[in-house]
Write a protein that binds this ligand. Sequence first.
Ligand code: HPA
Ligand code: MG
Length: 287
Amino acid sequence: MVSVMLPLAAAEQYNTSQRDANIPPPFTPPLSARCQNLPPKPPAPLLSSNERLFFGQHENNMADVVVKPQVGGGGGIVIDDDWPGYSLDLFSYPAHYSGDLDCVVVPHGVIMDRTERLARNIMDDLGDHDIVVLCVLKGGYQFCVDLVDKIKALSCNSNRTLPMRVHFIRLKSYLNDLSTEDLHIVGAEDLSFLAGKNVLIVEAIVGTGKTMKALLKHVESFSPKLIKVAGLLVKRVPHNSTCLPDYVGFEIPDRFVVGYALDYNEYFRDLNHICVISESGKTKYKI
Ligand code: HPA
Ligand code: MG
């Protein structure tokens, strides 16, 4: 039996106020099998908690919805730049991707556990109000399905309920592992049915935040009552915008990740864990 210490529990307890107060993060125990050749990166913390702006913050004009500040973990579980990832040998994954991945960054089970908690936070904030879930395809489909499932479970098993309608829009801005300047919004031409509605945008990954800002501007033009954003992953990129999703799963280093519906040229959506793609994987699927 292989036994590993999981640093995520410690990382979850390492909250943003500790980080803002310059308290060092918890020690990450070394693993025998590591993700090789990761370039050393200086820590690049995102904004301190009192500097943080949330995407939907300015829209929070609903007199009947009280959004409580989240206690700890508001910026998500922080995965440090020097976290080497889990060896692929510790997990199962499709054989057709063998050699195409460097390591597992977030195992599927951890994604599910974190999503369950995000669902609870969303229920606490928005429960008993109707919402329209706006799923950002294609990368957001798996997170959206699982988040909606967890909210449904809470609606069945608690004394609160959250009626949801689900709508899909598609964005495309990446070729290979590079962001292109063009943002294409497909299927979002007429969102006029959002007028006066509470909207929860569900997105898999937020990098610089430019894509999300453009989408928010588009959605805002249809005059919804409230907009909140749930992002499974937020990348610590050099020019991170000042806006963060209201609900964040994980804050991750600036590396190209795949799996859990995130793709590289349409491959790797059929992988359960969130992984770092290898150089040979990039070459194999390059277009
Ligand atoms: N992986 C897949 N899609 C993405 C990423 C990523 O790291 N960043 C932005 N879109
Ligand atoms: Mg993509």
